[in-house]
Design a protein around this ligand. Sequence first.
Ligand code: SAH
Length: 360
Amino acid sequence: MRRSALDRARQSDGRVDLKCLDRPGIAAFMADLGKAEHRALQVYKWAWQRDTTDFATIDTIPRSVRATLGERAVLSSLEPDGRLDSADGTRKYLWRLPDGHRIESVLIPDDTVPGRPRLTLCVSTQVGCAMKCSFCLTGDMGLKRHLSPAEIANQPLQVQQDLGPEHRITNLVMMGMGEPLHNYDNLLVALDILLDTYGQNFSHRRITVSTVGLVDALERFAQASPVNLAISLNATTEASRTQVMPITRRHSLAALMEACRRLPLPSGKRITFEYVMMEGFNTSDEDLVRLRQLMADVPAKVNLIPYNENPHRDIRRPSDDRVEAWQQALVTAGIHCSVRTTRGRDISAACGQLGDASPV
Ligand code: SAH
């Protein structure tokens, strides 16, 4: 039987982490305590907009209610475990979880488009990852556990706190450690908090969830959430994708593309297909032709990601010329295409490097 949201929000000491609950969840909790439901919105706003972790400070609710809350509930926060700054402006935040696990969030400033400075936070959704994509170092850890809704939504909250009011995070990408759709229920609660006007108040246009393509979860998710979707494609045939992304055995490339064609996307929205370019593996002329064919009839954008080389894999990125030629060819074929520049490599913050235990 699926455990209720309230059970999942309960800590080992029996107290409930209210930051693991959406607004109706907190209202139900207050009702259970026999407290007025309108207190729920006050607690929620103090937690997510005033960053409080101590009920005693919530001076808009009576002292007796605060005391009861302190006995029965907590407002959790992540314990900072260091911060690393890259020469290119990228910054990695490390967090230590109560059970000793460590996770990471990566902040990526982008001033390349004049008049539109972006500050993107790459958020983790699991400790480790179960997907075992052969080229990705996070997969080497295996899955340790899912992150709770609070552990997901606290990452943007606490990074923003660290930045102060003069720098605002503009975009969130669920592209850190983990497979977001494998942690479906917790992800949905976290997104609810991130999107809520009384929560973190992000626009759905500025949040992207990236997935290896868990087809059934993807279909449910597209119905349930308005945020942007990105799919890690990374290969153009069943055989080659299976070779690097074992999930293809369970959800074939054909089934994934068929699902993408049917997804209920609002008009004007496109699915982003991420394609990690690995020299000698998926960068041939035939791959380019097949990629174009795969994108036919799908409202798609392609994001080419030259592989981040690292000491743990004998995988090379193609030449810049090759990457540019691919981008040109896709654009000429009428397919939106961007190239992801490598950021934060010197602090092991680049794509596929999170969770790497090697010293930086
Ligand atoms: N599990 C989700 C979320 C993680 S996103 C997903 O796979 O989409 C991390 C992205 O980095 C994925 O697109 C993955 O294919 C890519 N990646 C992993 N290792 C990489 C590397 N060494 N260089 C470049 N991209 C990499």
